[in-house]
Design a protein around this ligand. Structure first.
Ligand code: AKB
Length: 316
């Protein structure tokens, strides 16, 4: 990877990924892009930045050619709750953006990464220790997009030889950039409210288990997968990856170890609860471990301690 274009780079993953990749590959080799420029944003001011709406195929080609791109990390997408509220818009952005990105990769011979999600599973998928290869009949628009995306990336690899790779991410927890429009976002907001008000009202009910991962592990897993020997990759697109699985009660109990007065109560949002209920309790990352050495560093205890101390440093 020498010249890397990141779409959706001002989003939750992109923000931290671009910082880390500029460190590793050199600031001049990472082209951050986003639909809109957020003036004053660290990524916009500190390196190469392009405004890029991924549904605009001409502009996509123009930006990629201008910078001689050889790798595309395609992050721009709507998350599950936003997609469920705007299914047509989600189809247009998530699928329209992906096919444009794949076409650029095909034409310019680029390596390619795009994330899938635990949202690619559905109610008929085995719920515990969900296997890498299993039933995928999601009941959300986001899930439909993610399964279609996995298949489309496989297709571009088999049909055109594009070096496509991907991960099925669980909920991602980070202090650098707040998420937006996801179902797992409660596991980020809880930290802000714990520090600000010592209380959090969860929109996801007690007893709802979902996989999660701390952002430094997510960022490293993208880089490790992209650097992996292609000969060893049997799955390529959409490896299960996870670092922990918990419900809101277990997360609250961990936070209480640091903030004893902290309390949690519940006002369940039916739509996001229904989405969470359709997803696995925990997924099995064995294929990722065996094929390219996936190895998460943060468990629930280590992630919670780090989140609280980093948010305090930020003045939260
Ligand atoms: C969401 O909740 O939509 C995302 C995801 C698990 O893909 N965080």
């Amino acid at each position: 990877m020498k010249k890397i274009l990141v779409t959706g780079s001002l989003g939750q993953i992109g923000t931290e990924l671009v910082v880390k990749m500029r460190d590793i590959y050199g600031a001049d080799n990472i082209i951050a892009s986003n639909r809109s420029r957020k003036s004053g944003h660290e990524l916009v001011e500190s390196g190469i930045f392009e405004e890029l709406d991924v549904t605009d195929d001409k502009r996509f080609f123009e930006v990629a050619k201008k910078h001689n791109i050889d790798t595309i990390i395609h992050m721009a997408a709507l998350l599950s709750a936003t997609a469920e509220n705007n299914p047509l818009m989600a189809w247009n952005i998530n699928m329209g953006g992906l096919i444009n990105a794949l076409e650029v990769a095909r034409e310019l011979n680029c390596k390619f990464f795009t994330p899938s999600s635990i949202g690619a599973f559905g109610p008929s998928t085995p719920k515990d220790n969900t296997p890498q290869d299993t039933i995928q009949r999601p009941t959300t628009m986001y899930g439909v997009n993610k399964v279609s995306g996995e298949l489309l990336c496989d297709y571009y690899f088999h049909k055109f030889g594009v070096d496509t790779r991907g991960l099925r991410f669980p909920g991602l927890i980070s202090y650098a950039q707040e998420p937006g429009g996801g179902t797992t976002d409660y596991a980020v907001y809880i930290f802000y409210e714990a520090l600000r008000n010592k209380k959090y009202t969860s929109y996801i009910g007690a007893g709802t288990y979902m996989d999660m991962m701390y952002m430094p592990d997510a960022v490293n897993s993208i880089i490790d997968l992209m650097e992996a020997d292609p000969a060893k990759l049997k799955h390529r697109n959409a490896f299960n990856v996870t670092a922990m699985s918990f419900d809101p009660e277990e997360l609250a109990a961990e936070i209480k170890k640091h903030i004893p007065e902290f309390t949690i109560d519940y006002k369940v949002d039916p739509m996001r609860q229904a989405i969470a209920n359709s997803w696995p309790n925990s997924i099995d990352p064995t294929a990722a471990i065996e094929e390219w050495g996936f190895n998460a560093q943060y468990d629930l205890a280590k992630m919670t301690a780090d989140m609280l101390s980093k948010l305090k440093e930020k003045g939260i």
